[in-house]
Design a protein around this ligand. Structure first.
Ligand code: G3P
Length: 228
């Protein structure tokens, strides 16, 4: 797997009004500043249209939010692994709960990413789907109970057994896979709890993208991530 650090704070910009176009660059630059100040690995996943624009402005890892399971050809409107690579991104989220794929397509997307030397962060929703996902050999898995997404109720506190269960399950299936968790992660303590449960990082969106002071929120997370 290409170089990426752990513990990792992965920031999914989704398609929030605060997170596309020049705003995607602003949020990515803040993420890079915090990564450098605290020495914590931070990755950003801007909207696909903004990938190249963001890659040009930061050196921290940039991921696509999605890739389709196709090779180059007549697939109007799809997102190709080749194009994500050409934009300078180093990986992609796969099967996010807001961009679900069929199981067969997940395997195909992971293969397309591997063929293009891109990292994969596979999103799952339960310990059972995490087990199935781990068997497909992604670089990373983020378990995210959909009902907590966007609520500000952190999975690491509301459903700790989901995080620890996913970590234990993946270790038994494929110890190479790094397990993160996401959904409602909002404070440094949420990050610390996730790491205490065995996760190697977190995947979050609204607490950072919609924050009045994104740098303050991310700095607090970075500080606690290092403490554990
Ligand atoms: O991809 C991360 C995202 O689904 C979690 O959303 O807003 O609860 O951090 P949020």
């Amino acid at each position: 797997m290409r170089k990426i650090g752990f513990p990792l704070i992965a920031l999914n910009f989704k398609t929030y009004a605060q997170a596309f176009g020049e705003n995607a660059v602003k949020l990515a630059k803040i993420a890079e500043e915090v990564s450098r100040e605290y020495g914590v690995a931070v990755m950003v996943a801007p909207p696909v249209v903004d990938l190249a624009r963001v890659v040009r402005e930061v050196e921290i890892p940039v991921f696509s939010q999605h890739v389709d399971p196709y090779k180059p050809g007549s697939h109007t409107g799809s997102v190709l692994a080749e194009d994500v690579k050409a934009a300078g991104a180093v990986g992609s989220l796969v099967n996010h709960s807001e961009k679900r794929l069929k199981l067969a397509d997940i395997g195909a997307v992971l293969e397309r990413l591997r063929e293009n030397g891109l990292m994969s962060l596979l999103c799952t929703d339960t310990v059972e789907t995490t087990k199935a996902g781990a068997a497909l050999g992604p670089d990373m898995i983020a378990i995210e109970p959909p009902e907590l997404i966007g609520t500000g109720i952190p999975v690491s506190k509301a459903k700790p057994e989901v995080v620890s269960g996913a970590v234990e399950a993946v270790k038994k299936i494929n110890a190479e896979v790094h397990v993160l968790c996401g959904a409602g992660i909002s404070t440094g303590e949420d990050v610390a709890k996730a790491i205490e449960l065995g996760a190697e990082g977190v995947l979050l969106a609204s607490a950072y993208v919609k924050a009045k002071d994104p740098k303050k929120v991310l700095s607090e997370m970075a500080e606690t991530a290092l403490r554990r």
